[in-house]
Write a protein of this length. Structure first.
Length: 210
């Protein structure tokens, strides 16, 4: 293949490199199935490689050559560690902290959509019961979504919340998804009971001295 030097430009994750019908995705690039566009998956130099003259597929290949100074960059299929920053009805936002075993040097945002939380009973997923701000999650990267945020998934047994903070302010570590749910469930009810008891004491004190 021949590199077209004049087409070498700096690109960042999420930039459109072309249509899949016109170019092939090489290293550092991928095809989004929902719209057939080729996107950059990392920060680096865009190179356009011409196909051999005798190749049946005459589409040029676009690839992005990254720089080690930028640190690891999430790519589709990567396993990442992220901190949940905001939980909404249909999605949760998170900041990606590690890609594999390496910490990132740039800021990468992730989105966990309701349909990507688990593999079964998707319509019954309650985002506010699944995640809380501050939770540390292990997730896989599905693709680069909208607004420069990666779509993340926790829909596998080895993915999900690995560390959380209970209602009492204590750190809870995940032994299994079942154990973490039980701990959070009882922490919630203990908090409710203590809150009710506090309200009763306040009412009695107010009634006694009124």
């Amino acid at each position: 293949m021949v590199v077209k030097e004049e087409e070498m430009v700096l690109v960042t994750p999420g930039e459109v490199l072309g249509k899949a019908t016109e170019v092939k995705a090489g290293k550092g690039a991928y095809v989004a199935k929902h719209n057939g566009l080729v996107y950059a998956s990392l920060t680096g130099l865009l190179r356009t490689l011409s196909p051999p003259p005798d190749s049946p597929d005459q589409r040029p290949t676009v690839e992005v050559t990254g720089h080690k100074a930028h640190g690891p960059v999430p790519e589709p299929g990567s396993v990442v560690i992220a901190r949940v920053t905001k939980v909404m009805t249909r999605m949760a936002s998170a900041d990606i902290m590690c890609v594999g075993a390496k910490s990132v040097r740039e800021k990468f945002s992730g989105i966990i959509r309701q349909q990507d939380v688990r593999a079964t009973e998707i319509d019954k997923v309650d985002m506010h019961l699944s995640f809380r701000p501050g939770d540390i999650v292990r997730a896989s990267v599905l693709s680069l979504g909208d607004a420069r945020a990666y779509f993340l998934s926790t829909a596998k047994n080895d993915l999900g919340v690995v560390s959380a903070e209970s209602t009492a302010g204590k750190l809870v570590y995940c032994i299994s998804k079942y154990d973490l749910n039980i701990i959070l469930f009882y922490s919630f009810w203990i908090f409710c009971i203590l809150q009710i008891a506090s309200n009763i004491i306040s009412f009695i004190t107010l009634f006694k001295f009124s």
